[in-house]
Design a binder for this molecule. Structure first.
Ligand SMILES: [Cu+2]
Length: 319
């Protein structure tokens, strides 16, 4: 850092006598500026549209925007660190025959002020940005507990209950008679409210391309919103190590047209009438010991949830 001070302190070193130190700070800045600018333009225009998790839902778009903004803030910092390191290695390297100690380093008020000011601005800016993005535009896509801070405005969201259990996901559609299925179907352009819970251990429900990730806790209703913007498949995964077959808790969900969704719900509802009658009444949480369809042998053994398959081949339902 001392070398960036310029001529002020180097005067004491006999080797430098009579030679003005160049303005290293300005030189580093002039190398850094075009690199940082180019990096930010490439991130925003070239890389940005491909940043995860894509733009299949409004929450996903919001997350993609957040990642792009943070990348744009981070790139100039990374560029500065690398350029400073490179500059130091080239300009201030040890030279043949120079065995002298470097000049003593004193504090430099300008560098210290710049450093504290810039880093504070970056950190506080990220704090404000992060908080606003969580609460204001479209929610976080994350589980917000049972009293969400952000709620979608206007209209009734489609309710989909997500039930985690070792080791699969099932979904209940309370607005369509409360049938339960292993198929996750959503209509495009419709706000969806996921009510996420678990029958056994802690799981974490992630609908990757929809920008949704919400923990599934037993006895807790965890709400997450999303509005799919395009039809197609999305990946569903469990993101919480939940036992032996955790890695197997992965399926594919589908965003379809409203007409296809209505046809699917009608078919599934009719096909599952007998089974729906056996299910516990729809509720935001379930006591696994009183859920009738659980494998009785495992319940008796005190191992409810460890069976790996509660539903004995009655699913999935095809649209
Ligand atoms: Cu899991």
């Amino acid at each position: 850092m001392a070398a960036m001070k310029g001529e002020g302190e180097a005067g004491g070193a006999p080797a430098q006598a009579g030679r003005r130190e160049p303005n290293h700070g300005l030189r580093i800045f002039l190398i850094w500026l075009p690199v940082a600018l180019a990096a930010d333009l490439i991130i925003w225009f070239v890389w940005g549209p491909h940043m995860p998790p894509g733009d299949m839902a409004d929450q996903a778009r919001g997350q993609q925007f957040d990642i792009n903004i943070m990348a744009i803030m981070a790139a100039p910092v990374v560029a500065f660190v690398l350029i400073y390191a490179g500059y130091a290695m080239v300009v201030w390297r040890h030279r043949e025959g120079d065995d002298e100690d470097g000049p003593p380093i004193y504090s430099n008020a300008r560098i210290a002020t710049t450093w504290i000011g810039l880093t504070s601005a970056i950190v506080l800016g990220l704090f404000v940005f992060g908080t606003v993005e969580l609460i204001v535009p479209a929610g976080a896509g994350a589980g917000e507990g049972n009293t969400p801070i952000w709620r979608p405005g206007g209209g009734t969201p489609l309710q989909v209950q997500v039930i985690g259990q070792q080791w699969r996901w099932t979904y209940r559609y309370p607005q369509f008679g409360g049938f339960e299925t292993t198929e996750l179907m959503l209509p495009v352009g419709q706000e969806v409210q996921f009510n996420v819970t678990s029958l056994d251990v802690i799981h974490s429900f992630s609908a990757y391309q929809l920008g949704v990730k919400a923990d599934a806790n037993p006895g807790v209703n965890n709400v997450a919103y999303t509005e799919p913007q395009a039809t197609g498949a999305f990946i569903v995964r469990c993101f919480e190590l939940c036992g032996l077959w955790h890695a197997d808790m992965t399926t594919t969900g589908q965003v379809v047209s409203m007409a296809a969704f209505r046809a699917w719900t009608t078919a599934a509802r009719a096909q599952l009438t007998a089974l729906t009658a056996l299910l516990p009444p729809y509720s935001l949480t379930y006591d696994p010991n009183s859920v009738k369809q659980l494998n009785q042998a495992f319940v008796k053994a005190g191992l409810s949830g460890a069976g790996g398959n509660y539903y004995g081949g009655q699913y999935p339902v095809q649209p």
